[in-house]
Design a protein around this ligand. Sequence first.
Ligand code: DIR
Ligand code: MN
Ligand code: MN
Length: 313
Amino acid sequence: DQLGVVAVGFSGGQCKPGVDAAPSALISSGLLTQLREDLGYKLYHDDTVHSYKELLPASDPDYRGMKNPLAVSAVTRKLCDQVYTHAKEGRCVLTLGGDHSIAIGTIAGTAKAIRERLHREMAVIWVDAHTDINTPETSESGNVHGMPVAFLTGLAKESREDVFGWLKEENMISLKKLVYIGLRDVDRGEKLILREHGIKAFSMHDIDRHGIGRVMEMALGHIGNDTPIHLSFDVDALDPMWAPSTGTPVRGGLTLREGDFIAECVHETGCLVAMDLVEVNPTLEPGIDDIGAHQTVRSGCSLVRCALGESLL
Ligand code: DIR
Ligand code: MN
Ligand code: MN
C-alpha cells in the first residue's frame, strides 16, 4: 500500500517551543523504517521536515484575539496542498506534527481530495483531551491549536483570505461526521457549542462507564459503514503517564493500550484515509534525563503503527 508522509515542524498554534522537534524525533526513533519494512508500505516522503520558514511573516499581530494568525494560516494552507496531492493519488496520508493547528491543513486537504476522488464526505475521529472547537471569540488563550475544529466545520468564519478565508466548502467537514474520544478538559464555551450542535463526544467518563471496546463500536456506528475516516490524534489524549512530553498534559487520560486500541479499530474498518499525530513536544521533559520525551515519542510511534495495521495477525 502507498503511504504519503508529511513532516511538519510547526509550533505557531500555541506558545511553547519544541513541538516542532517532534517529526525528527519520531523519525529518528525508526517510525518510517518500521512502516516500510515491518508493515510493507511504499512511502512517498520528501525526506524533509518542513518548517515553512519562507511562509512566516515578519510581523504577525493578533487578529480577533488569535496569536500568529498569518503564520498559522499560511502554513496550513500550504500543508493542505501537500496532503491533497497525496490523497488525490489515493494514498493514505500520515502527517507528523507539530501542534494541532496543523489539522486545519491536513483535514482541509483530505476532505477536498476525498470529495473529488470518491464523491464522499469524510468523517473525522478527533482523539484528544480537548475539543479544539473554540472560535476566536470563545477562546480564552488565543492559541489557534484550540480552534481547528471550529474553522473546519464553518463554526468560525473569516473572509480574510490570509486568515483562513482560503478554506472553502470543499475543505470542510460536517459536524454530523465528527466524533470525539478521550475528552476531559473542555472549555465552558466549547461545552455550549457541543451541546448546541449535538456533537458526538466520548469523554473519559464514557470510556470508564462502557469500556473502550463499546465506545469504539458506538463511535464507528455513528460514522457509518465505509465512510472514509481522517484520524486526528493529539498525544495528550493519552494519560501523562504514557505521554508526559506535551504542551498541555491532563491527568486521567487514556492508557497507551486504549489509545492503541482506538487506532487499531480505525485500521480494521479499512476506511482510514489520513492520520495526524500531533502535540508531541520532546523538549518538555518532566522526568529525569529525557525519559519523558523518550516515552512520549515511543507512545506516538505505537499509535501510528497501530492505525496503519501493526497488530494484524
Ligand atoms: C484550550 C486548550 N482549550 C485552548 N487546548 C488544547 O487553548 O483553547 N488543545 N491544549 O490541545
Ligand atoms: Mn488537540
Ligand atoms: Mn489536546
